[in-house]
Design a protein around this ligand. Structure first.
Ligand code: GDP
Ligand code: IMO
Ligand code: MG
Length: 426
């Protein structure tokens, strides 16, 4: 059965969790394929908020098998806390599957993330300091340690020794930190963590294919977003994985033939947390409006998000990079009180109108937005479920976004709750 991918189209926090949870009703399996606990996906069901970092957003349904795929980097301490949090709320994690090929995040990865950032000074990336970059760097350098290594104590300790031979002196001699101790780490990982996570370790690629062969519906839940993609984002201000739809193939072990519906999640305006270029960024009272009304503070790190108008130039590029079949728009309700709304339809770069993302990053840094301005709707839309009940100005804004992006908008979020959405195509 062909599968669905949910992918962020901007710089993250578009509302992927909310729509993954909504789509999961019709799925049998939800798979995370990249990233780690740098993600923060929020679900609001019957007024109760659940924020997830590692466990796929379909977990709240009894019928879903949540899968953490091989492309994810896993901090086991965080995973165990998340399992405990969910089970404490009465949500069973018994069906959770954790890929044996997923790479582990160790405390020294997190420490390196912190000291690397400190040493970058003014050039810092503004990472989530979760150890994501250093863990993926070890994977690419082929000195990473995988979940399956825990199942063979000798191999695990040997790999840990090799890793610490380098990380110990690096932390102690270059960064003036304490070198990690192998005995201590072995004890935590083998005696504390392993017994807790062993029941979930599985051959997730086999599980995914068995499900596909049985004709089941699978949803691949992207974390981060298109412009945080290691290859296609605003490098170096990116994360260390491939959130774009193609990442679902490598990060889960399926070929592109299986991906049919590719839903790009886009906020009705733009936000970014961390450093990097942001042409449509605002610094005025509209920025404060987005932050205050949209509660634009990191789910995970609590940082204030940078905000700006919807950038259709970026979205058109995201449509291509992900082969998007549709867009699910979120947080339209946050714009309810605005007099006018703007869409960045092109950039001005050195006096020239540019309608595509420039490939040269220096050009992107210089880009200033060219806006199309529309009247606001000045109406509370958070209770609307029928497209024809939307005020005309809101409908005009949605149609202008569709025109600019070149693909249909399928769903529109009008509030954080699971039921707060409009089927725009109905
Ligand atoms: P994710 O990382 O893409 O899953 O997004 P986050 O959960 O980090 O951030 C999105 C925030 O917006 C969360 O607090 C959601 O509850 C909230 N949210 C999602 N969709 C909507 C919407 O349509 N309207 C409003 N007002 N909030 C929304
Ligand atoms: P979700 O899945 C928003 C950003 C960080 C930083 C850059 C690199 O909730 O949308 P990293 O820790 O990954 O090395 O940081 O990426 N970032 C996110 N921004 N949402 C996220 O996840 C993010 N995950 C990482 O702020 O700019
Ligand atoms: Mg988030």
């Amino acid at each position: 059965m062909p599968s669905t991918v949910v992918v962020g189209t901007q710089w993250g926090d578009e509302g992927k969790g909310k729509f993954t949870d909504l789509f999961a009703k019709e799925m049998q399996m939800v798979v995370r394929y990249q990233g780690g606990h740098n993600a923060g996906h929020t679900l609001v069901v019957n007024g109760e908020t659940t924020a997830l970092q590692l466990i796929p957003s379909g977990v709240l349904y009894d019928h879903i098998t949540p899968v953490i795929g091989n492309g994810v980097v896993v901090d086991l301490g965080v995973l165990i806390k998340e399992i405990d949090m969910l089970e404490g709320k009465g949500v069973s994690c018994d069906r959770l599957k954790l890929s044996g090929n997923a790479h582990l995040i160790f405390p020294y990865h997190q420490e390196l993330d912190v000291v690397f950032e400190r040493h970058l000074g003014a050039n810092k990336l503004g990472t989530t300091k979760r150890g994501i970059g250093p863990a993926y760097a070890d994977k690419a350098f082929r000195v990473g340690i995988r979940v399956q290594d825990l199942l063979d104590q000798e191999i695990f300790q040997e790999k840990l020794r090799v890793s610490l031979n380098e990380k110990g002196p690096l932390l102690a001699k270059v960064y003036n930190r304490l070198a990690p101790e192998i005995e201590n780490l072995s004890k935590i990982f083998l005696e504390e963590y392993l017994p807790r996570i062993q029941p979930y370790i599985a051959d997730t690629t086999d599980i995914i294919h068995t499900s596909l062969e049985a004709g089941e519906n699978i949803l691949f839940e992207g974390a981060q977003a298109t412009f945080l993609d290691l290859d296609h984002g605003t490098y170096p201000f990116v994360t260390s994985s491939n959130p774009t739809a193609g990442g679902a193939c490598a990060g889960a072990g399926v070929g592109p033939r299986h991906l049919e519906r590719i839903v790009g999640i886009a906020k009705a305006y733009t936000t970014r947390v961390g450093s990097g270029p942001f042409p449509a960024e605002l610094f005025d009272d509209i920025a404060d409006h987005f932050v205050n009304v949209g509660h634009e503070y990191g789910t995970n790190t609590g940082r204030r998000r940078r905000t700006g108008w919807f950038d259709a130039v970026m979205l058109r590029h995201a449509v291509r990079l992900n082969s998007l079949t549709e867009i699910a728009l979120t947080k339209l309700d946050v714009m309810d009180e605005l007099e006018t709304v703007k869409i960045c339809v092109a950039y001005d770069i050195d006096g020239e109108r540019v309608e595509k993302m420039p490939y040269h990053q220096s050009e992107f840094h210089k880009a200033t937005p060219i806006y199309e301005e529309l009247p606001g709707w000045k109406t509370n839309i958070s209770g609307i479920t029928n497209p024809s009940d939307l005020p005309e100005a809101a409908r005009n804004y949605i149609q202008a976004l569709e025109y600019q992006c070149g693909i249909p908008i399928s769903l529109i979020g009008v509030g954080p709750g699971r039921k707060q959405y409009i089927n725009w195509q109905s």
